[in-house]
Design a protein around this ligand. Structure first.
Ligand code: IVH
Length: 669
């Protein structure tokens, strides 16, 4: 290829990837498969490495984060970033709207929108390209966080449609609840202190110096205001909806996230709606924002010292209630970690009845200085489990301080707490019931061995009936043993056995994750499997060798070493090897060429394999996975509940239909 066509190829790949990214993250309607996306991105990465002179500043490859910042530069805002006056009182909102109407002396349209609880950001676009991202700072000047903002998938790096050549768009960066929960779960597993709430986490993440880390944190962004427009829109509402056409993620009117009204009743209705429904949103809001729509009217109303007269925020009262701390339970996790849980006098909070709150660890109890019977304050943040935020000591009746236990509440073995660790642990790893069943449940979980048809209750029942005492025992379960359990019918027993059999094909990295070595989560397991190729190499690796692996620090290395120093763990692995589990990394192991040159499409739901497993099977047999049925499709692997349109199309095009079993037969020839 000559340099000109390489430049054109890089440009074409970049454009296509921006469009696919927008379809996936902003519109929630993927246009190609993840696999195809990854392949295109890889191709672009390779080309950019070879020809860095043609790489675009806003290349889709920059989303994974590359730049390490030493320090954020500050820069003056082109339009000052004002704050909003706010109020907790409905009457004050009514007064505000009436004042606006009086000052304007005419009717006015108001825009109602959500007050996102995150961090404000200003995005400057030049010629349709993200040029700079600035934090609010002191409102006059902010910090340049462009590299970090580039990693947010819903922020377009390159715009589409007809956009102004130079403008700024402002919005709020936040962390969705689900992402926050995942992050804290990972931190808990790693023994790191938990993040307090999604807002602080979003704000801290945006200020990280390593944009690669930022790219993994799952930040998101809604845009709520456009600055620097000329005649493109007459008002705020119209501008926001225009911005949607340029590729921005903006509030959806269909979900009432933004609404135009010309009455005070309309404003109140919006406030009341979100006061009730805000708990259903997948992210935090702390109120609603009301704005005069017309730009002309906004100019007429003008500004006060710090905030515009044309906007106001109505803030919801923080949901905090008082209740009584009745008792504290201590729960034992699969790793033996002890978590204190507060039992509360049931109380209504945020639309649900709260009976329990997590106390995390001994330090947390000491910090709050809690006594049984105390009147405490509970708040609901972004987290599902409410937290205790304070004690009303003036109402204290007894002085019975909560004593952290010294023995396991389940098996009565002594607890230990290591230097620098927040958590206490039960030492009886092999026989402490919740540790045994917890380990089994972790082993069979979806991301590990993915053994279906075995819930918590059944595992506990099997443990009590002495059918299983560790994960190896699962592979020796017989049909008759399963049938002897209450509620286990023939069909489910058969399915379970099939699922256990299928687990033998699960790749090494997931088996490694399933072993439940402390601090070895999904990502670490993957890194280890790549670095060591098989379990024997991992087992004999020294601490120094372990530390050479990306993402492995002292704590993880020492946890891995101590796992393999225990004879029972080595014996367990020997046993698992014998029953046929995968303890070797597959360098994209190829099983056959049976599907060479064939494109397969998967549709519907399946009994034996997950979609990811089917995809892997197709690839391991030389085939390619297609996203939609077309003239190029060879096989349609049809599961249950497949759409009739797809079926019709496949039939019309003469595509060969395969059931799951027929597919398995085909590749096992
Ligand atoms: S408008 C002059 N709209 O609230 C108007 N702000 O105190 C300036 N915020 O730091 C902002 N949701 O980060 C506006 N729909 C929304 C908002 C919003 C959240 C934040 C913003 C700002 C703070 C204002």
């Amino acid at each position: 290829m000559d340099t000109q066509s390489i430049e054109a190829k890089i440009a074409a790949l970049s454009t296509a990837l921006h469009a696919h990214n927008h379809a996936y993250y902003v519109l929630n309607t993927p246009s190609i498969s993840d696999y195809e996306f990854d392949m295109m991105l890889k191709e672009l990465e390779t080309l950019e490495k070879q020809y860095p002179e043609f790489a675009q500043t806003n290349s889709p490859t920059k989303r994974v984060g590359q730049d390490l910042t030493k320090k954020f530069l500050t820069q003056k805002h082109r339009f000052p970033m004002l704050s909003l006056s706010n109020s907790y009182s409905e009457q004050e909102i009514i007064d505000w709207a009436e004042r606006c109407l009086k000052l304007l002396g005419e009717t006015s349209e108001f825009v109602c929108e959500l007050k996102y609880d995150g961090v404000a950001i200003g995005l400057h676009y030049l010629e349709g390209n993200l040029h700079q991202a600035l934090t609010r700072g002191d409102g006059e000047q902010g910090e340049v966080v462009t590299a970090n903002v580039r990693t947010i998938r819903t922020v377009p790096l390159v715009l589409s449609g007809t956009y102004p050549t130079d403008f700024e768009i402002r919005g709020e960066i936040f962390m969705p609840h689900q992402q926050f929960a995942i992050l804290n779960k990972q931190r808990e597993a790693m023994g790191e202190p938990l993040f307090a709430n999604p807002r602080n986490t979003a704000s801290g993440t945006l200020k990280l110096l390593d944009s690669k880390e930022v790219s993994k944190r799952g930040l998101d962004c809604y845009l709520y205001g456009v600055h620097g427009l000329k005649s493109e829109a007459a008002g705020h509402y119209e501008a926001v909806l225009l911005a949607k056409k340029w590729g921005f993620k903006v509030p959806d009117p269909a979900l009432r996230m933004i609404e135009k009204t010309n009455s005070i009743e309309g404003i109140m209705d919006f406030i009341h709606y979100w006061d009730v429904h805000r708990n259903e949103l997948p992210f935090d809001i702390d109120g609603v924002v009301l704005k005069v729509n017309s730009y002309e009217q906004q100019t007429l109303l003008g500004l006060t010292a710090k905030s515009p007269r044309w906007a106001i925020a109505y803030k919801f009262k923080t949901e905090r209630v008082e209740t009584i701390l009745e008792s504290v339970n201590f729960q034992v996790g699969r790793t033996g970690a002890i978590t204190p849980v507060a039992n509360l006098l049931p109380v209504q909070l945020g639309g649900t009845t709260v009976k329990r709150a997590s106390l995390h660890n001994a330090d947390q109890i000491n910090k709050l200085d809690l006594c049984i019977g105390d009147t405490i304050q509970v708040e609901k943040g972004g987290e599902i489990i409410p937290k205790i935020v304070g004690v009303n000591t003036s109402l204290r009746k007894h002085q019975e301080r909560i004593q952290f236990i010294e023995h396991c509440p389940e098996c009565h073995s002594p607890l230990t707490r290591q230097e620098g660790e927040a958590q206490h642990y039960c030492t009886n790893e092999l026989n402490c019931p919740p540790q045994v069943t917890g380990k089994i449940l972790h082993f069979i979980s979806r991301k590990a061995l993915n053994i279906d048809g075995l819930g918590e209750e059944t595992v506990e029942l099997m443990f009590v009936k002495k059918l299983i005492n560790n994960v190896l025992d699962l592979f020796y379960l017989t049909f008759d043993q399963l049938l002897s359990l209450e509620r286990m019918a023939e069909k489910s027993a058969n399915n379970l056995l099939k699922s256990i059999e299928a687990a033998k094909q699960v790749p090494f990295e997931r088996v490694l994750y399933g072993l439940g070595i402390r601090y070895v989560g999904e990502t670490v397991a993957k890194k280890l499997a790549q670095a060591f190729l098989n379990i024997d190499q991992l087992q004999s690796a020294t601490t120094e060798e372990l530390l050479l692996v990306d993402e492995i620090g002292e704590k993880i290395a020492s946890s891995i070493r101590s796992y393999f120093e225990q004879a029972q763990n080595v014996a367990l692995i020997e046993g698992l090897k014998q029953v046929g589990l995968q303890f070797q990394s597959e360098e994209k192991k190829q099983d056959s060429n049976l599907l060479e040159g064939k494109t397969c499409v998967i549709s519907g739901t399946f009994d034996t394999f997950s979609r990811d497993e089917l995809k892997e099977l197709i690839e391991r047999n030389g085939g390619k996975l297609g996203t939609s049925v077309s003239a190029k499709t060879h096989f349609l692997i049809a599961g249950a509940n497949m759409g009739p349109a797809k079926l019709q199309k496949a039939t019309d095009l003469g595509v060969t239909l395969l059931t799951e079993n027929e597919f398995i037969q085909l590749i096992s020839q």
